[in-house]
Design a protein around this ligand. Structure first.
Ligand SMILES: Cc1cc2nc3c(=O)[nH]c(=O)nc-3n(C[C@H](O)[C@H](O)[C@H](O)COP(=O)(O)O)c2cc1C
Ligand SMILES: [Mn+2]
Length: 495
């Protein structure tokens, strides 16, 4: 059964033993600091904060959400116990069959239970942490979706763009160039009109995953979410703007983005793990109406040094896109793909192949570095043989250390596609940003395959025999047990 809203997601995650409730944390640096510490390692539980200092009890905040593979799988309605490779394969098959399902507009929904309009609007009543010490303000919108309607076509877009709290009725909104929300906003402004906007700052994490993903221009993220769930989403019309918002959203802010008005926005920790783009004058939202459920929950998604909540889920999702593109380009022999979590799911991509001809590994490396899903802000592509699991850092580094000739197996590509958020990007004229990157062939040299030294390790076939004969020494997934104290088997025969 797919998850239908944030509360159901929390129940399911609690049943998996992956939810920790925290009471009494201060939204000024303490809450954000705790979330950051939990993000230092992936796989830690999600954190549900209540009794937050400075806010009314019951006004909650859920964070450290998509920092475990099982929780990302749950959110995408995939099996929760897959290995990274099986996760990527399952997501690829789901994408292949995925058909968007048009959302349903309904009359009622819990998000309409409470509303404030006009002078009563106060967005400071909802927990907005100062997440990191270097942040320029409090951010209410991090795990959010920003909903806008294209004035020409009626297309509704939902994108994840950060929302800062300026005062009771003013929020800051930062949208990078090229994002759908910015294109729509600019269309209203070109007509001299303010851009209507609705921001959900708490909703089903599936919408956060899709809001943060490059879904095609003109395609509505709600409909894609319906395709992932296998049933249409239920939406209600937000009364002030008429924009459709999830019927079970926790909190929705509605209003307009006026042309020509700005406030200082940022800095805010970014996905590369730095404050690279600094503070700037950015547009604002004049908030005219606030809708919320009883005891609403803000969904927090903290960016910062990767892997973080902002990027961890990108690793399997980007790996699936790159793998699809490599196959479509006609390159054979792709065994597995991983976009390393320390590279924010972009900077360090690894592909394992079954080498089939001289130059095959180099071809895969160049294709990975240039295909659309893999090109933006990439720094390293590493190609490994099929005995290496690309998602296992030790194995990848071992291949790099023992199969790479640092003169012959390394190529540098200059002036490639990047962003000012990349701290090692450099400005060309304009300024337009470029980066330099490296492709590393960490496969055994093709011309030495027959003579390359054999690996000093028990073979898979022998391992299978041993596990079968000594089951007391192994867990069900074949790992060494740490609780067996003495195991004896009678030997038959003499060797
Ligand atoms: C947690 C999170 C925060 C993000 N913050 C921003 C942001 O502040 N501004 C921005 O332009 N993109 C941000 N992004 C990236 C966009 O969400 C992403 O590029 C997405 O494709 C935008 O939607 P669109 O394709 O409909 O424009 C963020 C992504 C995530 C997951
Ligand atoms: Mn979009």
């Amino acid at each position: 059964m797919p998850v239908r809203d944030l509360r159901e997601w929390m129940e399911r995650v609690e049943a998996m033993g992956q939810l920790t409730r925290v009471e009494g944390a201060d939204a000024y640096l303490e809450l954000g600091g705790l979330v950051d510490l939990y993000q230092w390692e992936m796989g830690n539980p999600a954190l549900l904060f209540d009794e937050i200092v400075g806010y009314r009890p019951g006004r909650r905040l859920l964070a450290n959400v998509l920092t475990s593979l099982p929780r990302v799988a749950l959110s995408l309605d995939l099996p929760v116990d897959n290995s990274p490779r099986d996760f990527v394969l399952a997501w690829r098959s789901k994408l292949k069959e995925l058909k968007p399902q048009a959302a349903e507009l309904v009359e009622h929904g819990p998000v309409l239970d409470n509303q404030q309009t006009g002078d009563k609007v106060d967005i400071t009543q909802f927990p907005a942490p100062l997440w990191h010490e270097g942040d320029g303000g409090r951010y209410l919108g991090t795990g959010n979706i920003v909903v806008m309607r294209d004035p020409d076509t009626g297309w509704v877009n939902c994108g994840t763009y950060r929302v800062q709290v300026h005062d009771e009725q003013t929020a800051g909104l930062y949208i990078s160039p090229g994002k759908h929300g910015r294109m729509i906003r600019d269309k209203y402004w070109a007509r001299g009109e303010a851009c209507p906007v609705a921001v959900s700052v708490g909703q089903d994490p599936l919408l956060l995953l899709l809001g943060g993903l490059e879904v095609d221009y003109g395609t509505n993220e709600y409909d894609v979410a319906g395709g992932v769930r296998g049933e249409p989403l239920q939406l209600v019309r937000a009364p002030h703007t008429g924009l459709p918002v999830p019927a079970t959203a926790e909190i929705v802010l509605e209003g307009e983005i006026p042309p020509g008005e700005t406030r200082t926005e940022g800095p805010f920790g970014e996905w590369t793990g730095y404050y690279a783009s600094g503070e700037k004058a950015e547009p604002i939202i004049r908030v005219r109406s606030v809708l919320y459920r009883d005891d609403p929950i803000v969904l927090g998604c903290l960016a910062g040094k990767p892997p973080s909540d902002n990027t961890f889920s990108r690793s399997p999702m980007r790996a699936a896109l790159i793998w699809d593109e490599l196959e479509r380009s006609g390159v054979p022999g792709i065994v597995s793909v991983w976009s390393h979590e320390a590279g924010g799911g972009r900077l360090f991509n690894v592909v394992s192949i079954k080498q089939m001809y001289p130059g095959h590994a180099k071809q895969v490396g160049m294709a990975t570095s240039s295909c659309h899903a893999g090109a933006y802000a990439n720094r390293f592509v590493v190609v490994v043989d099929d005995d290496i699991d690309p998602a296992d850092t030790n194995q990848v580094l071992w291949a790099l250390c023992t199969r790479t000739d640092v003169i012959d197996d390394v190529d540098v590509i200059k002036r490639a596609w990047s962003t000012p958020l990349d701290p090692m990007a450099y400005a060309g004229e304009g300024p337009r940003y470029f980066n330099n990157r490296m492709i590393i062939d960490a496969c055994r040299p093709y011309d030495r395959l027959a003579t390359f030294p054999p690996v000093a390790r028990t073979t898979e076939a022998h391992a299978t025999e041993l596990r079968a004969r000594w089951p007391e020494l192994f867990t069900r997934d074949g790992k060494a047990r740490n609780d067996a104290t003495r195991v004896t088997h009678a030997q038959t025969g003499v060797r």
